[in-house]
Design a protein around this ligand. Structure first.
Ligand code: SF4
Ligand code: SF4
Ligand code: SF4
Ligand code: FES
Length: 358
């Protein structure tokens, strides 16, 4: 059969979806809840197109082709509806793409990553990271008012992480070892890093209550000894263990963030709070589930549902408060013993990830 997409006729076969034909023709349609080979669920509505025959808007990922279809896949009205669909998802998306410390840093230094490397005892890599971020022979922290510490989430619980002193200690080591190999081009690179961060879509949590704040503590390695002044890598490591890792593990490969950027969306100012932010960590596999990042696409449920051998993820509750969860008869520690990676890989956001990622 033949169908039209954007006024061009394409061959289509029985059983194909509008999305299949569009992709084959090189016409870009965004998707979030769709994955090739996984049963359709059509929950996000980001893939909407208009069927001109009856002026109806249909999800292209599940709409099967019909003879004579006349599809508008790129009109302004279609794009506007896609924007509204993503805005609705973002309204209840109470999560951060980038950590507050990094957002305010004038050089956009990757502070959360530095802390993860230090707390894992990977000192050489932490040093290499800082060297790679140096734009000039002097580190920016020397003259900076420690904006990072002012913005540090840990401050809301007890005291901010000693970011500046950690960096200054490591910078002394770098100078001792003469590791700096930057050039004048380096300052342009740092400027671009900051500009890039500013221009990227970034979601935020909205106001956090005390219980929600404490959910972040689950990502620290216990209550390690704190140090204001840093005089050794061991002290830096211990201090870094109290970092709550506020940045999202999916920041670099999140489909929701990418779609929001393509549609030039900003994060909505007010957030809809249907349920408090919770983080669940599976101590056997390191799988972490963050409900505030879940767009309820159900891909993780569908991709693992074939296995009857182990408890997997499912939906619980109804309506606005429906959410992904372990089955009511199982503990989160016991789910997805062998399929956790499959679930993480299919998740279009950072709602499912592994805790150890640096
Ligand atoms: S899931 Fe995506 S949009 Fe949400 S905080 Fe993470 S990177 Fe940002
Ligand atoms: S707790 Fe860690 S990641 Fe969060 S703002 Fe402070 S230093 Fe940054
Ligand atoms: S956890 Fe990820 S894959 Fe599962 S429903 Fe939420 S967003 Fe979709
Ligand atoms: S990708 Fe089609 S409805 Fe989500």
């Amino acid at each position: 059969m033949y169908i039209k997409i954007n006024n061009i006729e394409f061959h289509a076969s029985e059983g194909e979806t509008v999305l299949d034909v569009a992709r084959r023709a090189g016409i870009s349609i965004p998707t979030l809840c769709h994955k090739d080979g996984v049963e359709h669920y059509s929950s996000c509505m980001v893939c909407l197109v208009r069927d001109r025959r009856n002026n109806s808007y249909i999800p292209s990922c599940s709409a099967l082709v019909q003879e004579g279809m006349d599809i508008d896949a790129s009109g302004d009205d279609v794009k506007e509806l896609r924007r509204k669909a993503v805005e609705l998802l973002l309204l209840e998306h109470r999560a951060e793409c980038e950590a507050p410390c990094r957002v305010v840093c004038p050089a956009a230094y990757d502070i959360p990553r530095m802390n993860r490397l230090l707390s894992a005892g990977r000192f050489r890599e932490a040093v290499d990271l800082i060297v790679s971020e140096l734009a000039t022979p002097e580190i920016r922290c020397l003259t900076c008012g420690a904006y990072c510490e002012n913005a540090c989430r840990r401050k809301k619980i007890d005291t901010p992480i000693s970011i500046r002193n950690i960096r200054l200690f490591i910078f002394d080591k770098i100078k001792e070892e003469k590791l700096f190999s930057g050039s004048a081009a380096g300052s342009d690179a740092r400027y671009s890093a900051k500009e890039e961060l500013k221009n990227r879509f970034s979601s935020r949590t909205g106001k956090l209550n005390d219980a929600e704040l404490r959910q972040w503590l689950k990502e620290c390695d216990g209550m390690s000894e704190r140090y204001r002044d840093i005089t050794s890598f061991e002290q830096a490591s211990s201090e870094a263990e109290s970092c709550m890792h506020c940045d999202c593990r999916a920041a670099g490969n999140c489909a929701l963030r990418a779609v929001a950027e393509d549609l030039s969306l900003k994060d909505p100012a007010g957030k809809l709070v249907n349920s408090p932010i919770k983080k669940k960590i599976n101590k056997n596999t390191g799988l972490i589930f963050e409900n505030a990042k879940c767009i309820k696409c159900g891909l993780c449920v569908r991709v693992c549902e074939d296995s009857n051998d182990e408890p997997a993820l499912c939906f619980i509750n109804r309506g606005f408060v429906s959410i992904i969860s372990e089955p009511l008869t199982a503990e989160f520690d016991d789910i997805l013993a062998s399929q956790a990676r499959k679930a993480v890989e299919v998740c279009p956001t950072g709602a499912l990830s592994f805790i150890e990622k640096t």
